[in-house]
Design a protein around this ligand. Structure first.
Ligand code: COA
Length: 270
């Protein structure tokens, strides 16, 4: 097991806050950071006390994308090292986050460029500071949104917005990020953490197995025919019943029938 050098983890109840921690480099993703994120997500995956993982950055940046020096220049002549770092970088953002068994929220506290888009898109939800500086800067240094970023753009943005920002490289703020659907909403930087933690705790209070099934049902249905999805979600319902011991029927529906709460308006307490 390698030592984690570039990422910190805090816990608040059922919420884990994972912070990219290279503030002096604007949290740019070095090969070490990719290995660290791989390990941290692996450890949190099996932690039953955690329902929601928030990903953010230390200092003034969320993440300035790939570490242009450490990732692209240092390993330039070492094919095996580049391959290892590249695979780790694509896996944790493109696959691990997407199919993660916990809910994930990107908290964009500041600068967010290039490869960082794949973190944002890989997360289930995203909230930005109004003042954040966000951009597809690749074109500005004579390249294009490579790795998992092109696919992230295709998944999340409209063709007009993806190509407008991909072709101009113009930076935009959190308010614009919300308008184009890169994030759910934007809020002043000052209250960002409190806002996101309140959202994370609201979600974390719900049934963990049902949260996971909600994500799986959506993400896998995207890739299925209508018939396959119907069969999959029926099987998923049985899996959920097994994972929670039938809580959705006994407590969930039972509580409604006993007039303890109205699920259309709020969740059952406890
Ligand atoms: N890769 C490597 N180092 C980076 C980096 C990146 N993506 N982004 C920032 N840094 C480093 C700078 O080299 C600098 O290091 P130094 O102090 O050792 O010289 C440090 O972080 C601070 O950066 P600086 O440019 O001085 O900060 P700033 O607040 O004025 O500007 C950015 C911040 C993010 C706008 C600017 O650094 C930038 O444009 N970075 C590149 C962003 C990018 O194109 N990312 C896409 C990669 S896929």
């Amino acid at each position: 097991m390698t030592k984690i050098e570039t990422v910190t983890v805090e816990r608040e109840g059922k919420v884990a806050i994972v912070t990219l921690n290279r503030p002096n480099k604007r949290n740019a993703m070095s090969p070490q950071l990719h290995l660290d994120m791989t390990q941290v997500l692996d450890e949190l995956r099996d932690d039953d006390t955690i329902n929601v993982v928030v990903i953010t950055g230390a200092g003034q940046a969320f993440c300035a994308g790939m570490d242009l020096k450490e990732f692209f220049i240092k390993n330039r002549d070492d094919g095996a090292m580049f391959e290892k770092a590249f695979r780790a970088s694509v896996e944790w953002r493109g696959r691990t986050l997407r199919y993660y068994p916990k809910v994930t929220i990107a908290m964009i506290n500041g600068d967010c460029f290039g490869g960082a888009f794949s973190i944002v898109e890989g997360c289930d939800l995203a909230v930005a500071a109004n003042e954040a500086r966000i951009g597809l800067s690749e074109i500005n240094f004579k390249i294009f949104p490579g790795g998992s970023v092109s696919k992230s753009l295709a998944n999340l943005l409209s063709p007009r917005d993806a190509l407008f920002y991909g072709l101009t490289g113009r930076p935009f703020d959190g308010v614009e990020a919300a308008r184009i659907g890169l994030v759910n909403y934007a809020t002043p930087a000052e209250g960002l953490r409190a806002n996101v933690l309140a959202l994370a705790k609201e979600i974390a209070a719900k049934d963990g197995a049902a949260l996971r099934a909600t994500k799986d049902g959506y993400r896998f249905s995207l890739e299925m025919s209508w018939e396959a999805s119907m069969d999959y979600t029926l099987a998923k319902q049985d899996q959920l019943t097994m994972r929670q011991g039938g809580a959705w029927q006994d407590q969930g529906i039972g509580g409604f029938l006993d007039k303890k709460y109205k699920p259309g308006l709020s969740a059952l307490e406890g």
